[in-house]
Ligand binder design. Structure first.
Ligand SMILES: [Zn+2]
Ligand SMILES: [Zn+2]
Length: 341
């Protein structure tokens, strides 16, 4: 079967590999129908993120079950959401919801991100522990509405949803940037979760327009013009991946507030303004999302019509154009299969 491989910066290849087969009673084999480009995929493609190929590519997948073991909990024909990280659902970490730290897999086990678990831009992928991993894709939701539900939407959700649950109506600041869609999703989800003021700051007019479409107030970040933090927000999100913008988000976090950095910093050392954070009692979290752990609440929220995630999709293309488009400047690309099924 056909599988897209990332080879090296700027280079992808379609290769023929063996069709994955069931290896356990809880396995399923899924045919990817729709694969969204993760914010990180762009930086793998253009060489900003230091991942070495070759490896199977694509990890935000809506698919159809084509084969299932007797204990897989799904049946051929089921349309499913495939979380990007692999997790077992049985270990202590999974039981606590920390599916990004599943003890049944090596650290950072995921589809399409440098390991050999397969990738979404393919004819089929094997899903172990399918009874835990796979969630039914609600029939009322299109592939476009579920684009990035495997990773980037949960990433935005975890930065705002638990904190808004603890503080209903809290104010939210999102500093947008390199984690392009995660910041937009965080802002839109905060609006849909009943946050008070939701301010999205970004120098990119295209991302500002999308954040406004999802109900946030958007302004340029304007750090180059000497802007300093003035207003204080109970919940802040750094999606910038840029140290001056991270500092801005941290210093904009109110007393006893919480700041989540969803962007990855590849520098070995990042400076933080610790004294003001100490004085204000700011909680700072930086981590990968536990995608599977947060999906049930998130899918229910979207299925109830609270959040129009498809508004963030800037372009839809067939799988056969994915290699050429992977480093395009779009905010959210979605690829629909045109491979034999
Ligand atoms: Zn991703
Ligand atoms: Zn586990």
């Amino acid at each position: 079967m056909r599988q897209l491989f990332f080879v090296e910066r700027g280079k992808f290849e379609w290769r023929d590999i063996a069709v994955p087969a069931l290896a356990a009673d809880t396995d399923a084999v899924v045919r990817p129908l729709s694969v969204a480009r993760c914010d990180l995929d762009l930086y793998i493609a253009n060489g900003v993120a230091p991942l070495s190929g070759p490896f199977p590519f694509g990890h935000e997948v809506i698919g159809e079950v084509i084969d299932a073991g007797p204990a897989a909990g799904v049946r051929p024909g089921d349309r499913v959401i495939v979380p990007f990280q692999l997790s077992c659902g049985r270990c202590a970490s999974c039981q606590r919801g920390f599916t990004a730290s599943c003890e049944a897999y090596p650290p950072r086990a995921a589809y399409g991100l440098g390991m050999n678990y397969g990738g979404g831009l393919s004819e089929a992928m094997r899903v172990p522990f399918a009874d835990h991993m796979l969630l039914p894709a609600p029939t009322a939701l299109t592939n476009a509405q579920l684009a990035s539900i495997s990773d980037n939407i949960p990433d935005g959700w975890r930065a705002v949803a638990p904190h808004l649950k603890a503080r209903p109506g809290a104010s939210v600041l999102v500093v947008g940037g390199l984690a392009q869609s995660v910041g937009i999703y965080a802002a839109g989800l905060a609006v849909s979760l009943g946050a008070g003021r939701v301010l999205y700051l970004d120098d990119d007019p295209g991302r500002r327009a999308l954040a406004e479409t999802l109900g946030a107030t958007a302004e340029p970040l304007a750090l180059a013009e000497g802007r300093e933090p003035a207003d204080q927000f109970e919940i802040t999100v750094d999606a910038s991946g840029l140290q001056p913008a991270l500092r801005f988000a941290l210093l904009s976090t109110a007393r006893d507030g919480v700041c989540t950095a969803v962007a990855i910093y590849f520098e070995p050392l990042v400076g933080l303004p610790l004294t003001p954070l100490y004085m204000k009692g700011v909680t700072f979290q930086t981590s990968r999302v536990s995608a599977r752990g947060v999906l049930p609440d998130l899918v229910e929220h979207i299925a109830c019509g609270h959040f129009h995630s498809d508004a963030a999709v800037t372009r839809t293309l067939p799988f056969s154009l994915a290699a050429e488009a992977m480093d395009a400047p779009d905010i959210k690309l979605v690829f629909e299969t045109d491979l034999a099924g």
